[in-house]
Ligand binder design. Sequence first.
Ligand SMILES: Cc1cc2nc3c(=O)[nH]c(=O)nc-3n(C[C@H](O)[C@H](O)[C@H](O)COP(=O)(O)OP(=O)(O)OC[C@H]3O[C@@H](n4cnc5c(N)ncnc54)[C@H](O)[C@@H]3O)c2cc1C
Length: 123
Amino acid sequence: MGITQSTHSEPNMGKIVIVGAGASGISVLLHLVEKARHGKVLPLITIIEKDKRFGPGLAYSSFCSGTIINMQADTMGLYFNDPKHFSRWRQELSSGPFPSRDIYGQYLKICHNKHSLRLRTWG
Ligand SMILES: Cc1cc2nc3c(=O)[nH]c(=O)nc-3n(C[C@H](O)[C@H](O)[C@H](O)COP(=O)(O)OP(=O)(O)OC[C@H]3O[C@@H](n4cnc5c(N)ncnc54)[C@H](O)[C@@H]3O)c2cc1C
């Protein structure tokens, strides 16, 4: 089990708790980070994950390394207004429209690590 948490928050703002750091949880985290980047003051954010790994969930873990994603890579970016974000990220790792699921798992993990650090910095 793991927990990621922002280090500071505005008092009396309540809390945001994200349960599960799979694709949906990481996507919500990125959305919140974008809001913070544009000046929004956020309450304390806590992400709780029952596994040790943040990001891949079941579908994009190394258990699925021999299988490919079933949606085109260009639609799999985590930012709703930038669907090609994943395609750009994985350019040097693989080609073709349907990369393996564990590559997508690495993408989720790196997005979590990068943005949870940002959240800690901003507090
Ligand atoms: C084998 C398989 C292949 C798939 N392939 C594709 C694909 O190619 N393309 C596609 O678009 N979709 C695919 N999907 C659908 C895929 O599940 C979703 O795209 C996406 O992973 C769902 O994200 P999620 O965060 O909702 O769930 P998950 O990725 O399952 O994440 C849930 C997270 O919550 C954690 N969790 C669960 N219970 C608790 C708890 N009580 N407390 C704390 N943490 C908890 C889990 O450990 C996990 O990390 C696939 C699904 C499966 C099962």
